[in-house]
Ligand binder design. Structure first.
Ligand code: SAM
Length: 259
């Protein structure tokens, strides 16, 4: 489901036939467009069965694909602390492993994958077409891996603005999410070598387009049990709403708003 109209986002590939079915359908509906042009500032490319984003910035080319199977995802799945890690506790999975979670700011899907790996059913909502395509592609690859296919079965991804998506949920119905999770873009930091590539890419892509205005209010009206907001440890709360309590980790704080 998509309500986000914009010019088609370019995908550079000679292997269009091998793209996952969801992306192919979105090419047909004009969300993406196959092109041979590779001198663009930002584009997706599909090679060797993997979709990646390419961003040309200040003489640097940033390239990133999402990988739910190996790398950091695998490490966090194996050694991340399970249901005792702060993200899981903030979302209540230590006591309510069956809770459903709506991740209203899916981004690169890292947090959503952790939550799904702990047993939660997670709906990932992402507004940016390139990030949405990366998520679909990563979920498709993960669905073919015997170690993680059962995890991505619990994940579904929608291309939507979360505020309007949540507005359309009938709050009188039992199907509303138990938990709504928000990880809005952090306040801009000075360009520094310390910013991880993932964060640089998110900042380049969505810095000026993302708006959190009203997202917390909408989440508070819709969540059945709680809303969780990820913040940098020393940042103020997202808006004037006061969290019920917080769960802290080394650099991050989770503000929990009990519904
Ligand atoms: C900091 S990133 C989230 C990172 C994510 N938690 C992860 O683990 O990879 C924030 C993301 O939220 C998305 N976003 C912000 N506001 C949104 C909205 N109203 N609807 C849908 N997506 C939104 C942005 O496009 C961006 O990709």
């Amino acid at each position: 489901m998509t309500n986000l109209q914009s010019t088609p986002f370019p995908i550079v590939t000679r292997e269009a036939d091998s793209l996952c079915a969801e992306v192919k359908n979105l090419i047909k509906s004009g969300v993406y467009q196959i092109t041979s042009q590779s001198d663009l500032l930002s584009f997706l490319s599909f090679d060797d069965g993997t979709l990646s984003i390419h961003l040309n910035t200040d003489n640097t080319v940033l390239i990133l694909a999402i990988d739910f199977v190996g790398g950091k995802s695998q490490h966090r799945r194996q050694y991340g602390g399970g249901k005792n890690q702060p993200l899981a506790k903030a979302c209540g999975l230590d006591k309510h492993p069956q809770w459903t979670i709506f991740d209203a700011t899916a981004g690169l899907g890292r947090d959503a994958f952790v939550l799904a790996s702990l047993g939660a059913k997670v709906t990932l909502c992402e507004q940016h077409p390139a990030l949405y395509a990366l998520l679909l592609d990563a979920m498709h690859r993960a669905s073919e891996d015997t170690d993680v296919c059962h995890i991505v079965e619990r994940m579904q991804c929608v291309h939507h603005d979360s505020i309007s998506y949540l507005k359309n949920i009938d709050t009188s119905q039992p199907l509303r999410p138990d938990v709504i999770y928000l990880d809005p873009m952090y306040p801009e930091r000075k360009k520094s070598a310390k910013i991880k590539k993932e964060m640089q890419i998110l900042q380049e892509l969505v810095e000026h387009t993302a708006s959190n205005n009203g997202l917390l209010d909408m989440a508070l009206k819709t969540a059945k049990y709680r809303v969780v907001v990820k913040r940098p440890k020393s940042a103020p709360a997202l808006d004037e709403n006061r969290p019920s309590y917080t769960v802290s980790s080394v650099n991050t704080r989770y503000d929990v708003y009990v519904a």
